[in-house]
Design a binder for this molecule. Structure first.
Ligand SMILES: O=C(CO)COP(=O)(O)O
Length: 251
């Protein structure tokens, strides 16, 4: 059985004081949570949020990292710096990093390698745009992003990697892929992973769905065979929305 992994990506939201107050609510709400849970604040909030979540099962995420370990990279934060600041998991290859900041698969692959060597876990995001979906190329895009993002990553590193399938057209739009459509891509992604690594390795990999996940649709998404969790944006920003998502199977 793959463990469910529910993650919140706060994107460009919450000041340090707001983040700390919210982290306290999360620590209390998820003190005895059974699934894996993570929240990813902005860089400046990480040390304080990590302090609040110390001893809690809620993992600390970062939304990005530098593609270098140190040096002349103004404005960047290196994976080892994140690790020391209390980060457990880094989200890489998010569609907003790809589209707004022009990150290529090669840069993302470099980040994946550096993050793993710094002792961080990685959530590697993949997903097609609306044009690509309408052209019938969704699976092809996802396959390409997986192969390039994981280039040079060995089978024994896979337990530190989660894949997040986030169709770009479903992010922040209120449009969700149907559970069946999402499951189909997740299954295809698992077949790609089986081809690169092995069936056993692919079966063990956690694949999250992301894109307008909310309390009202989380249950049916999580019921699908190949959907093992969620990467949540907007609905991860309040306890009212995030708690029922994380505890989707609680009566
Ligand atoms: O991009 C996302 C998470 O990384 C999804 O965002 P929304 O849940 O706001 O659609």
């Amino acid at each position: 059985m793959r463990p469910y992994f529910l993650a919140g990506n706060w994107k460009l939201h919450k000041t340090p004081s707001e983040a700390v107050a919210y982290a306290k609510e999360l620590a209390e709400a998820f003190a005895s949570v059974t699934h894996r849970v993570m929240v990813a604040p902005t860089y400046v909030c990480i040390p304080q949020v990590a302090e609040v979540l110390k001893g809690s099962p809620v993992l600390v995420g970062a939304q990005n990292c530098a593609a270098a370990e140190s040096g002349a990279h103004t404005g960047e934060v290196a994976p080892a710096m994140l690790k020391e600041a209390g980060v457990d998991v880094v989200i890489l290859g998010h569609s907003e990093r790809r589209s707004i900041y022009g990150e290529s698969d090669e840069t993302i692959n470099q980040k994946v390698k550096l993050a793993l060597s710094a002792g961080l876990e990685v959530i590697l995001c993949v997903g097609e745009t609306l044009d690509e979906r309408e052209a019938g190329k969704a699976m092809q895009v996802v396959e390409d992003q997986l192969r390039k993002g994981l280039a040079g990553i060995t089978g024994d590193q896979l337990d530190k990697i989660t894949i997040a399938y986030e169709p770009v057209w479903a992010i922040g739009t209120g449009k969700t892929a149907t559970p069946q459509d999402a499951n189909e891509i997740h299954q295809g992604a698992r077949e790609v992973l089986a081809d690169i690594y092995s069936t056993e390795a692919a079966e063990a990999m956690v694949i999250q769905y992301g894109g307008s996940v909310k309390p009202a649709n989380v249950k049916e998404l999580m019921a699908m065979e190949h959907i093992d969790g969620a990467l949540v944006g907007g609905a991860s920003l309040t306890i009212e929305n995030f708690a029922p998502i994380v505890q989707f199977d609680k009566e």
